[in-house]
Design a protein around this ligand. Structure first.
Ligand code: GDG
Length: 470
């Protein structure tokens, strides 16, 4: 079996993979340890051109090499802050209204992909399989192919793939899809995302999709598949239980003085439906006065991409909403929304989830949403909280024990909160069991192993075959 090469925009450090990071880093690292290989990507540092060109920096941990490069300011601005996060991210989350397109940023995006691919080529061996992650790296396989790389290359998209009519808003949409067709295997979070890709291929690229899932487009053949990312539920359950009597949980409990707790955790991102959530919670206090003073929403929202203008705006909007709602409904000893703009340790989050009566997860669009899955896994089966989940999270297709909501329907969300707050124990337990069974059936290991199994089964291409597999 050949080595595994993982490429992602950011590389977790060897220390992060030992448990403090999210499950994804731990899951991917598990596969790397088994097969041996390289994890390659950006270090997260902005550096001078000389330092950038001197990379990659190599760090060895057993059979795994962590290979990282810094980005110059220009590369960071055009590739990361620009095309990746000001064009692709908003459009792929159906926010054309706040997306921008700049030709020089797109050129920078392709340039950085080509430069990164060139750096990786030197680390490759003939039998390696290569797994590329996410929207920052769409042209990566094309760049590798143009350097003569014939290894199997797969791509997993962590975010939604938009319907063709939405994708058309990005002027070089055809080039992007053509770049995607250079992979041997494309993985999507949900059948809806896969279908949207197929729709683009058949309607806009004069391509075909066969019944057994082979796509032919731009003179290339490739496979697509649905691989729903998961968590390791039993590890989370164990972690949440182990830390439930720690100081931070006891302090929270004491400060709640018997009030019900609604927990939300998201990166501070406009796709997560935070403003809609705050308004639904406000509506609960407005329409159901018996809950005033009796329920608290804790929103943890660590800032991300804070140098992108649209992220500054969502931060302002949310601060305004939290202040307004708290001004309206606070008492001398009661603050309805505790809005925490900071990062917490993972084990703290899991134990806070376990303490709460509701997990309130309301993205407007989300590839999967791991917080929803983590919330379920962290519950105490003897007295589980209820997950109130947006129908627009990929996770909604699996978690049929959740109370599903449309985040654009404030009254509907308010009613769902009321229902969840009053739900009897047996109904909560039944829903929790259904959700846990779904998490166990499709955990992070299944996601990772099924993608890699499918990638390994793609026929090897002969040298000189620049396109997709034959
Ligand atoms: C993308 C897609 C897809 C959050 N705050 C803290 C913290 N987190 C952790 C959560 C969770 C992770 O970050 C967030 O994952 P999500 O899946 O919820 O969302 P994205 O970051 O948007 O991820 C998404 C995912 O990729 C995987 O494919 O599901 O749809 O958008 O694990 O717990 N972790 C810590 N402190 C925090 O304050 N330690």
């Amino acid at each position: 079996m050949g080595r595994l090469i993982v490429v992602s925009n950011r590389v977790a450090t060897p220390t992060e993979t030992k448990g403090s990071a999210g499950g994804l880093a731990v899951g991917v690292f598990g596969a790397l340890k088994d097969a041996g290989g390289v994890w390659f990507g950006w270090s997260g540092d902005v550096v001078s051109e000389t330092v950038a060109n001197a990379g990659p920096m190599l760090e060895q941990d057993g059979a795994v090499t962590f290979a990282t490069v810094g980005l110059t300011r220009k590369d960071y601005d055009q590739y990361y802050r620009g095309f990746s996060n000001a064009t692709l991210w908003p459009v792929f989350h159906y926010r054309n209204d706040i997306a921008r397109y700049e030709r020089d940023e797109y050129a920078g995006y392709r340039r950085v992909n080509a430069w990164l691919a060139h750096k990786l080529v030197k680390l490759l061996e003939p039998d390696d399989i290569i797994w590329i992650h996410d929207y920052h790296l769409i042209p990566f396989a094309e760049a590798l192919r143009s350097e003569g790389v014939t290894n199997r290359i797969g791509f997993f998209l962590h975010i939604p793939f938009p319907a063709p009519q939405i994708l058309l808003n990005i002027p070089p949409h055809e080039e992007l899809v053509k770049s995607l067709s250079c992979y041997d295997l494309l993985g999507f979070q949900t059948a809806t995302d896969q279908q949207a890709f197929h729709d683009y291929v058949t309607r806009h690229a004069r391509g075909t999709v066969s019944a057994d899932g082979i796509v032919e487009a731009f003179g290339r053949k490739l496979r697509t598949g649905v691989y729903r990312i998961g968590v390791f539920p039993d590890e989370i359950a164990e972690q949440a239980k182990r830390y439930e009597s720690r100081q931070h949980v006891l302090e929270l409990k004491q400060s709640l003085e018997g009030r019900k707790l609604i927990m939300s955790v998201d990166r501070l991102d406009y796709s997560k439906g935070l403003v809609e959530r705050f308004r639904a919670f406000e509506l609960l206090l407005e329409r159901a006065p018996e809950w005033r003073g009796n329920v608290t929403l804790v929103q943890i929202a660590p800032p991300t991409r804070s140098d992108v203008a649209t992220y500054q705006k969502i931060r302002q909007d949310l601060e305004y909403e939290a202040g307004r709602i708290n001004g309206r409904y606070s008492g001398l000893d009661y603050t309805p929304i505790r809005y925490l703009n900071q990062q917490y340790d993972r084990w703290k989050l899991m134990s806070l989830f376990r303490e709460s009566q509701i997990g309130f997860v309301t993205p407007l669009h989300d590839g999967m949403n791991l917080v929803a899955k983590e919330y379920v896994a962290a519950q105490n089966p003897d007295d589980p909280g209820v997950l109130v989940l947006s129908i627009f999270a990929g996770a909604a297709a699996e978690l049929s024990g959740a109370v599903l909501v449309n985040p654009h329907d404030a009254i509907g969300m308010c009613e769902a909160l009321q229902r969840a707050l009053q739900m009897p124990l047996d109904a909560r337990q039944r829903r929790h069991e259904i959700n846990m069974a779904a998490l166990r059936e499709n955990d992070l290991g299944v996601w990772r192993d099924s993608f890699l199994r499918d990638l390994r089964s793609v026929p090897v291409r002969r040298s000189g075959e620049g396109g997709g597999h034959q």
